[in-house]
Design a protein around this ligand. Structure first.
Ligand SMILES: [Zn+2]
Length: 435
């Protein structure tokens, strides 16, 4: 019986909204996907079974790990390149595995980059024999460096106290981390703490060829059990590479978020001022904006972002310094062209801390950049290194289910019903299965 009253009230609100923008609550997730904690698995000494056994164990769940190669130890370059193309991180473990990196901080990075193409090249390092070399050469070449265990392996949400002394639990026969319970116990601690835990593994006691990775062999089934446990808690635990966890923490700590609503559009500004020559720090951050809209469309520049509405929030992943993010109320009637809406803008001049040449990306060719495409642990078709390229997802009937543009060093582009999909990025295509 109060219909009339209600409709008058909503008109009033609508008019007010059209005339002025108001601030909206927006937050950055502590971890990707607003999970509670993160974990990273790292593998040293380029064992052949890292290619034949470790990578497939992670791929089973859409998880990614970090593989630290010793350049002079003749790694299976094509095998590790395929892993990089599938989203795994290839990192440095020196040229010769000498003491204190033997001054090989820069040369091992360059040498591995000559063999392995991946986003930003080789940007993390693990020190041979756990000895931390001089800081200057490390900071000039890497965003983070891993030591071994130091008793602080379960870190807090902001990571280590020193980014060039990131600790990891040593796994295998030399210690207690050689069964699934040891791994899951540490991951459970990370969940309770809201933090991050890393593991350091060499070869395996029961799978394939260890090559030079003979130290402290680990039961591969212990790791498989840990990954299965993690996959059953995917909403709580983010399994990711050393590189991605590092970028996420550094960006989250440095980023500012502001959101304002005007009419049927929420504009979100997500920026940081990290100045760094090694990485642009454009890993997507998970964001949520408070709103009672039920159906939305989220765009950042020309990219359509995957989004979810849940419990009074709109969730999406966006790239800091990637331009304004526009959230449109998809249930609202289309606005007239004379709307008071400010023009959508992603012009580089408004993006703090990034150069215009980096944000323009007009070139539509696939160069030597080695794009990765895979289905992640949450069932999202995900791409890496596709900045500025056209991305199209087709279902098994050949219908286009998503058309977007590459943004950031990693991007969720589509999630949908189980089945086979073809992802076309520029002029290359991948066939992927959502399980
Ligand atoms: Zn080693």
């Amino acid at each position: 019986m109060n219909y009339k009253k209600i409709s008058i009230a909503s008109v009033t609100v609508g008019m007010l909204a059209a005339g002025s923008a108001f601030a909206q609550t927006a937050e950055i997730g502590t971890w990707a996907g607003f999970r509670k904690a993160a974990t990273s698995f790292t593998f040293d000494d380029n064992a052949p079974n890292h290619v034949t056994h470790a990578a497939p164990a992670f791929d089973e769940y859409g998880y990614k790990a970090t593989f630290n190669l010793v350049y002079n130890w003749n790694p299976d370059w094509s095998g590790f390149q395929k892993m990089a193309d599938n989203g795994h991180e290839i990192a440095s473990h020196s040229n010769t595995h000498g003491q204190n990196m033997s001054g090989e901080e820069a040369s091992s990075k360059k040498n591995i980059e000559g063999k392995i193409k991946q986003k930003y090249g080789t940007i993390t390092v693990a020190y041979p024999n756990c000895n931390v070399p001089g800081m200057d050469a490390l900071k000039a070449n890497y965003i983070a460096g891993r030591i071994c265990g130091n008793g602080q392996e379960v870190m807090g949400k902001d990571g280590p106290s020193d980014w060039f002394r990131v600790p990891a639990h040593m796994t295998g026969s030399t210690g207690s981390f050689n069964n699934t319970n040891a791994f899951t116990g540490a991951m459970q601690q990370a969940i309770q703490k809201g933090g991050w835990v890393m593991f350091l593994t060499h070869g395996f006691s029961n799978a394939g060829n260890n090559g030079n990775a003979n130290y402290s062999p680990t039961d591969l089934n212990a790791i498989k059990g840990a990954l299965k446990w993690a996959s059953e808690r995917d909403g709580d635990l983010w399994v990711t590479t050393f590189r991605s966890a590092t970028m996420y923490i550094k960006e989250r700590k440095a980023s500012k978020i502001e959101a304002s609503t005007s009419g049927n559009t929420i504009t979100v500004k997500l920026t940081h001022n990290i100045a760094d020559n090694i990485s642009k720090f454009d890993y997507p951050l998970s964001v949520r904006v408070k709103s009672d809209w039920k159906k939305v469309e989220v765009k950042q520049g020309d990219a359509t972002l995957e989004s979810k509405v849940d419990g009074g929030y709109i969730y999406f992943d966006a790239v800091p310094n990637g331009g304004d993010i526009l959230v449109k109320n998809a249930d609202a009637a289309p606005e007239s062209s004379s709307s008071a809406e400010p023009p959508a803008s992603s012009s580089s001049s408004e993006i703090a801390g990034s150069s215009s040449s980096e944000t323009a990306l007009p070139v539509q060719v696939i160069d030597d950049r080695h794009i990765a495409a895979y289905v992640d642990a949450s069932g999202y078709i995900t791409v890496q290194n596709a900045q500025g390229l056209n991305i199209t997802v087709f279902n098994s009937l050949g219908n286009v289910v998503r058309s977007t543009k590459g943004i950031g060093c990693e991007q969720k582009v589509f999630s949908g019903a189980k089945g086979m999909y073809v992802v076309k990025i520029g002029n290359r295509a991948w066939t992927l299965k959502i399980k």
